[in-house]
Design a protein around this ligand. Structure first.
Ligand code: ADE
Length: 291
């Protein structure tokens, strides 16, 4: 009698343990990891600091930090500046972590005159501004052939529609710190737009005008389209979010130094909100896919 009671307790414990194990596995399975990249330390540090269950690993010399951001499994890394570094880190990350999506967070110079430091551009599209054909009569944008399928990449690499929608929801919900200006305080603006990428820090009003005219750019930076191209070619959802640190004009270097912390923080705040929305959305997505 006593023996059978003990047996029953063991049996129930084993059943409970197994069911909790399988739910852990199911939960992990249902949430592919989200990759969050930034070009330099400051751009990802604010996100890294918010992680729980933080673990660090070094792969091929690059540091990757995994953990939970508002309940969402994420891997965070900084790529280094420029397109080659961004492409290298994105590829490394995809091979090792198989992320469900890749999001780039960071700062940019504004090309749209309506934007000021602290404002955010959610990139509906990214484009390489230095990829194409330079003819005697000017520069013509052109995507390169994707070596994985032989098709030519578009000039504008589109962000994933679901991530874009989530980012817009996040933009409606997020609370950003107000910015002090010479004429008082203002709340940062968040727009959906075009972010262009090239291996050059732009500090030239003439170049800004050209980027606006040629590509309808809102912001310019040095990594986004490289990450987007890798993800596009590998068919992995991606999104680029950038907050303005300077106006890509004559004082861009100094302005970027002065505003980069605030801009990086604004971008990270929006990304954290997107992670929160992603974490609450995934179980719904999975069950709807199963039906
Ligand atoms: N990132 C931040 N500001 C930038 C600029 N003006 N040009 C290129 N990348 C940038």
């Amino acid at each position: 009698m006593r023996c059978s009671k003990v047996g029953a307790v063991i049996c129930i414990s084993v059943i409970l343990l197994c069911s909790s194990c399988s739910s852990v596995l199911l939960k992990e399975d249902s949430q592919p990891i989200t990759a969050i990249l930034g070009a330099f330390n400051k751009e990802v540090m604010m996100l890294e600091e918010q992680l729980t269950d933080k673990q660090q690993q070094t792969i091929e010399g690059m540091r990757f930090v995994t953990g939970k951001l508002h309940g969402k499994s994420v891997v965070v890394a900084w790529t280094g500046i420029g397109k080659v570094n961004a492409a290298m880190t994105t590829t490394l990350l995809i091979e090792h972590f198989r992320p469900g999506e890749v999001i780039f967070s960071g700062i940019a110079g504004s090309v749209n005159p309506q934007l000021s430091p602290g404002d955010i551009v959610i990139a509906a599209e990214t484009a390489h501004h230095d990829m194409g054909i330079l003819r005697a009569d000017g520069f013509y944008n052109r995507g390169v052939i994707n070596p994985l399928d032989g098709w030519r990449n578009p000039v504008y690499l589109p962000a994933d529609k679901r991530l874009l929608k989530l980012a817009e929801q996040a933009a409606d919900q997020v609370v950003l710190e107000t910015i002090k200006t010479t004429v008082g305080e203002r709340t940062p603006k968040i727009i959906k737009g075009v972010v262009v990428t090239g291996d050059v820090f732009v500090a030239s009003p003439a170049k800004c005008a050209e980027l606006r005219e040629r590509l309808n750019a809102d912001a310019v930076e040095m990594e986004g389209a490289a990450m987007a191209q890798i993800c596009y070619q590998r068919r992995i959802p991606h999104l680029v979010v950038r907050s303005i640190s300077d106006k890509a004009d004559e004082t861009a270097r100094e302005d970027s130094m002065m505003f980069q912390e605030m801009a990086a923080k604004n971008s990270a705040t929006l990304i954290a909100k997107i992670a929160e929305l992603l974490s609450s959305q995934l179980p719904v997505e999975k069950s709807s896919k199963r039906r």
